[in-house]
Write a protein that binds this ligand. Sequence first.
Ligand code: SAH
Length: 236
Amino acid sequence: MVRDAWTATVLTLFPEMFPGPLGLSLAGRALETGRWRLEAVDIRDFAVDRHRSVDDTPSGGGPGMVMRADVMAAAIDAVHPAGDPRPLIYLSPRGRPLRQARVRELAAGPGVALICGRFEGLDQRVIEARAIEEVSLGDFVLSGGEPAAIALIDAVVRLLPGVMGKDASGTEESFESGLLEYPHYTRPQIFEGREIPPVLTSGDHKKVKAWRRAEAERTTRERRPDLWDDFLRKKP
Ligand code: SAH
């Protein structure tokens, strides 16, 4: 498959949710100019019965419905045939939590094929049969994979060359250095009695840099001891 631009294909029961927020602002402008492509494909088009059903009751009993392996496999094979170089990802709370390093990898590749679950999620056999990577947005449960797919695509698209205004803002922010970012300030000089930290208006770039670094380290240590430990371990 030859594709000129980074391409996201999304399998969903709600294609009308796309592009949604991805059609606006930075991502939307880049979509319009062809910097990336988005295709939302309705899973229901691959249903095999008269009622176009995509789900059935869980084996073993219990609440909810499960998305059928045969319907999912047909949908996956149609949009992501063997040899498609793009990672095939199922957004799932059981997956590996998404981190900026994976987002960078995805941005460096040709695109991604995303599967959005609904109900209780996918039949396990199709996940195994198609060697699907499972990615989670965090330790909470959404009602469907679509908001997670939109978040993942948003995170990737802003890293594509030429999408963000100032290139530096992609490399200086939270996680890129292993630290959370320093806090930001802008005019007015005094807001409800609170001043901008004087070092930031001193004009001394070296001092500004040192202050920001110290703030980034302090914030990471206080808020995210897990990231702080990683940071200390990786420090040369
Ligand atoms: N029964 C499942 C939850 C299903 S939620 C469980 O407890 O693990 C329905 C769908 O929402 C999932 O199939 C998945 O695609 C999506 N979803 C829910 N939470 C998510 C999360 N934290 N990250 C990514 N996708 C999520």
